[in-house]
Structures are given as C-alpha cells and as structure tokens.
Design a protein around this ligand. Structure first.
Ligand code: UGA
Length: 423
C-alpha cells in the first residue's frame, strides 16, 4: 500500500520504517528540514535499537521524507502521527492534530481514489470523530464515500519500539467504516497479533486506559514500597510473590523513583483533565500522579536523613534519562531531584551514558562527567536515578566518594552498602 505519514517524530518514524519493512511504500511528511535530510540519508534522528538498520535498508527506496503533502494525492492510507503535548492545565493541546487534518484534507482534493485517514497520535476520546473527521471532510470537499476514518493507537516503548511494532501484543483498530477497518488491518499483514476492532472513541480510550493502568501499577508498587521501607521489608521480594498471581502479573511492579517519559505523566494528566471536564472526581488517577510527584522528594529527604544538611555538599546524580537505553529526559525523575538539590544549595555532579547533552539544556550550570567514577570522586552522597545496566557493575567507584552514602531510586546496583528508596 502507499502510505503517507504526517509527522516524522518518534512514532511516525518508527511506524513508517517498520511499514516499509513490511513491504509498503512510505512517505513521511515532516516540517523539520534537518530531520528530512537525515531520514533520507538513512540516519535516524533518535536512538532506537534496530531502527538504523531498517532505515538504511529502505531509505531512498520504499521510504522517503519530505516537507510537502503531495504524496497524499496517491496514498491509500494517511497516518496522523503528530504530537499532542500537554497544556498547563494537563489537557492535551490538539492544535497539531487540527492543522495536520486541515493539510491532509486539502491534499486529499487531488486523490481520486478511496483513502483512509488514520489517527495514531494519542488523542482524547472524540478527537478523531469531532476534529479529524470534520476538518478533513471540510477541507477536502469530499464525502465519506471516498474518505474513511480510523483510530489505531500505538503501544511502543522507547528503546524497544521496533521490536514492539513488529511483535505487538495486540493491534487495536477503531472505526465505524468496514472498508477503513479492513484497509488498516491489511496494513499489518505479516504481523501475528490479535486484532481488536472497536469504535473510534473506544480505541482512543484504550490507549489512555492502558497507560493509566501501567502508571497505576507503578505508583501502587511505590506506595507499597514506601510502607515496606518503614517496616524493614524488601518490596521486591513482596512484589515477586504478588506478581505470580496471573490476575496481577509480574511486570511493572518495580518500585523506585517513579515514572517519567513523554507518555505516562502526560496521558494520566490528560485523563484526569477529561474526567474533570466530564464532572468526575478521579481520585485514584490523581493519587497515581501525587505518589509519582512525591517519590523524587523522598529521594532527597532520605539523603538528608543520612547526610544531615546537604547545603554545600557535593551530590553525585547517576542517571539523567527517564529510563535506560535512551537519551530522552522528558519528565525524568532526575529533574525534580536536581532542582531540589540546587534549591537546597547542594553542588551536583551528574553522569549519564546518553542524556548529558539533553540535561545541559535544563541545568547548564551543574557539573557533568563522562563516567560514573569521575562524578562520584569526592562526592558526599550519591543518588541513582536511572536503571542503566552499566550501574550494576559499580562498586569500587563508590570508594572514591568522601563518604559512601548511596541511595538507589532504581533497583540496579549489586554492590553492598546502598539504600533503596523503597527497600
Ligand atoms: C510507555 C508504555 O510502556 C508503552 O506501552 C506506550 O506505548 C508508551 O508509553 C507510549 O504511550 O507511547 P515508555 O514511556 O517508552 O512507554 O516507557 P516505559 O518503559 O513504560 O517506562 C516508563 C517509566 O516508568 C520509566 O520512567 C520507568 O523507569 C518507569 N517504570 C517502569 C517504573 O518505575 N517501574 C516499573 O515497574 C516500570
């Protein structure tokens, strides 16, 4: 099939490259000229395992990027993969969805065949119906006989996105048009996974609900971990025993510094805001966010308990990315930790294998090091904020500290003498 993808960001690029791998002809429409250039050269602008290999195989052949919407004139399917960033009140900013829909609609005037417009971006329920469908139809001046609509959420984890795309747990296709539904299902031919057909708004809600449930598992584990810490119990032993119950499952029960990234905090906030607009008081979801906001403060409080005043003390922060295997620092739990350390007049020595240059944009004045040992040398305390596998090997490096006070926000160290935030 001929696919046009609006937005060459994280989701658009991974999706487009994987669809090229499945044998489709893909055009990524992206306004950032530098991204267009690197994609066409077969170089991914993001770090993602397996992406470069696939991009190199298909760029310039069945995959290309450009700024124009011309490819839509001959597209069988258009996927909208633009951002839906949070507004200050937690709700989603849908302006990119609106402008993408308007450009897609205008470009569809020149498409003489049936084309299906699919929303992949995470959007509040009702968006595909009320915004995308109406803006596309208005701008295309066409009827629904020639344009179909569907909502097909992504479930890609950063760092494992290619693997998640090619081996998904499920494919959710929301649509009220059997022709559109079939066209989207055909896109995934070659991938073995259950296909779940739903209404447009149920598909939109499935994405929010999945992320909110996963975030809830984490905050729940953190709250149990905080209680276990007081009782002198290892929460990891507890959750291991709990996770064997198939009704609960063993995944996403890792207690620690809380969840970050571009999805969980944003999607739970957006769901809270949707609930409030609907007149609900979503106390559980609000608590999920509250627990998550408190965990970083607990890290600093625990450090103060061990060290006394941290004013003018040197604190090593190991791990800046929101999780391992990425340079992404969006909503990383290291950010509130560093902010509080600085407020309390501590000096920060930071290290991360990939995320230093991104964190320099937020905290240009703290000290950054190119290895953990250098960040630890002379430090009075250490906070471990990311589950980087290389941290599991650290031991004698901690002897370089002026005192070996180590607090783990992620269960990753194997050396003796570290204290976990929840264990
Ligand atoms: C998440 C979901 O896992 C994906 O299924 C979803 O498609 C994606 O959001 C999205 O909406 O696009 P991602 O944000 O890449 O993926 O990261 P995760 O691996 O889920 O981790 C999120 C955060 O939770 C990290 O900060 C991680 O350290 C933390 N976490 C995860 C825990 O604190 N405990 C756990 O047990 C698991």
């Amino acid at each position: 099939m001929k696919i046009s993808i609006v937005g060459g960001g994280y989701v658009g690029l991974v999706t487009g490259t994987c669809f090229a791998q499945l044998g489709h002809d893909v055009t990524i429409i992206e306004i950032n000229a530098e991204k267009v250039r690197v994609i066409n050269n077969g170089q991914p602008p993001i770090c993602e395992i397996g992406l470069e290999d696939l991009l190199k195989q298909h760029a310039g052949k069945t995959l290309r990027a450009c700024a124009e919407f011309n490819s839509i004139a001959s597209a069988d399917i258009v996927l909208i993969c633009v951002g839906t960033p949070p507004k200050p009140d937690g709700s989603s900013d849908l302006s990119y969805i609106e402008s993408a829909s308007s450009s897609v609609g205008t470009a569809l005037k020149n498409n003489s065949s049936y084309c299906c417009v699919v929303v992949k971006s995470t959007v509040p329920p009702g968006t595909t119906e009320k915004i995308v469908r109406s803006v596309v139809l208005k701008n295309s001046e066409k009827s629904e006989d020639t344009i179909g609509f569907a909502m097909n959420p992504e479930f890609l984890r950063e760092g494992r996105a290619v693997e998640d795309f090619l081996h998904p747990d499920r494919i959710v296709i929301g649509s009220d048009d059997p022709r559109a539904e079939k066209q989207v299902a055909d896109l995934y031919r070659g991938i073995s996974a259950p296909v779940i057909h739903t209404s447009l708004s149920a598909a939109e809600m499935i994405k929010y609900t999945s992320n909110a449930f996963l975030a809830t598992k984490i905050s729940f584990s953190n709250e149990i971990g905080n209680i276990c810490k007081h009782l002198g119990i290892d929460v990891y032993e507890v959750m291991k025993g709990v996770g064997y119950d198939p009704r609960i499952g063993p995944l996403f029960l890792h207690a620690g510094a809380g969840f970050g990234g571009s999805c969980f905090p944003k999607d739970v906030s957006s769901l809270v805001s949707l609930a409030q607009i609907a007149g609900e008081n979503p106390v559980l979801l609000q608590s999920v966010l509250t627990v998550n906001e408190q965990q970083p403060h607990r890290m600093v409080a625990f450090l103060e308990e061990k060290l006394g005043s941290i004013s003018e003390k040197r604190i090593a922060v190991l791990g800046l990315a929101f999780k391992d295997n990425t340079d992404d620092i969006r909503d990383s739990r290291a950010i509130p930790v560093i902010r509080e350390l600085l407020q309390k007049k501590a000096y920060v020595s930071a290290y991360d294998p990939m995320a230093v240059s991104n964190m320099q944009q937020i905290f240009p004045d703290i000290k950054y090091f190119s290895c953990a040992a250098d960040a630890l040398a002379g430090s009075d305390g250490c906070l471990v904020m990311t589950e980087w596998p290389e941290f599991s090997l650290l031991d004698k490096e901690f002897d370089l500290m002026s005192q070996r006070i180590i607090i783990e926000g992620r269960r990753i160290l194997t050396c003796k003498g570290a204290d976990g935030i929840c264990w």
